[in-house]
Design a protein around this ligand. Structure first.
Ligand code: CUA
Length: 189
């Protein structure tokens, strides 16, 4: 019968080497606990969640029509009163480059990439996602107060990556051009 060595049953090492090893094991265990704690805390605190469904799209023909054709890009108001923002991410800009949204209204962001992998986040919100060619990225948020926020691309997408960002202009819901947005998508640039 082959002899098996059970590492767990070996007597603990003594001396300086054993102490160093135990110290190492304890500090690594502490690191893992801290990292897991950070993940759990930030997920709960920011309401982060993994994508709940996978929606595919042909990234090579976005401009030819369909949901992400030029006329549909920007913000429109859905029948239930919520806002839907459609944005195309491409090297090296977001279209539209200025996103106009009403404050205090549920907003659904829908993004598609026309070329490489991009990412986007909106400062001070829970919106933070990748935009992968072939898929529609959806994010939900509500902007509590009006103001301007930056929306940079945070996935390296080529030589112009550092210059790829958009503005998000949050305006009072009463000022938002609801009439226009019901008929066609609106943006601020
Ligand atoms: Cu797009 Cu970086």
């Amino acid at each position: 019968m082959a002899e098996t060595v059970n590492v767990a049953q070996q007597p603990p090492q003594s001396g300086a080497g054993g102490r160093a090893e135990r110290l190492w094991a304890r500090s690594m265990t502490a690191c893992i606990v801290v990292f897991l704690g950070v993940i759990v805390f930030t997920s709960a605190h920011w309401g982060l969640h993994p994508p709940s469904r996978v929606e595919t799209i042909d990234s090579t023909s976005l401009h030819k029509g369909g949901e992400f054709s030029e006329a549909n890009l920007g913000t429109s108001i859905a029948p239930d009163g919520s806002a839907v923002v459609r944005v195309v991410a491409q090297q090296y800009a977001f279209v539209p480059s200025c996103v106009l949204v009403p404050a205090g209204v549920p907003v659904t962001m829908r993004l598609a990439s026309a070329d490489a992998v991009h990412g986007f986040l909106i400062q001070g919100t829970n919106v933070n996602a990748m935009v992968v060619p072939g898929y529609v990225t959806t994010a939900h948020t509500t902007f509590a107060e009006s103001g301007d926020r930056l929306m940079p691309c945070h996935e390296f997408c080529g030589v112009g990556h550092h210059a790829m960002w958009a503005h998000v202009r949050i305006v009072d819901a009463k000022q938002f051009p609801f009439g226009d947005a019901k008929a066609k998508a609106v943006s601020c640039g």
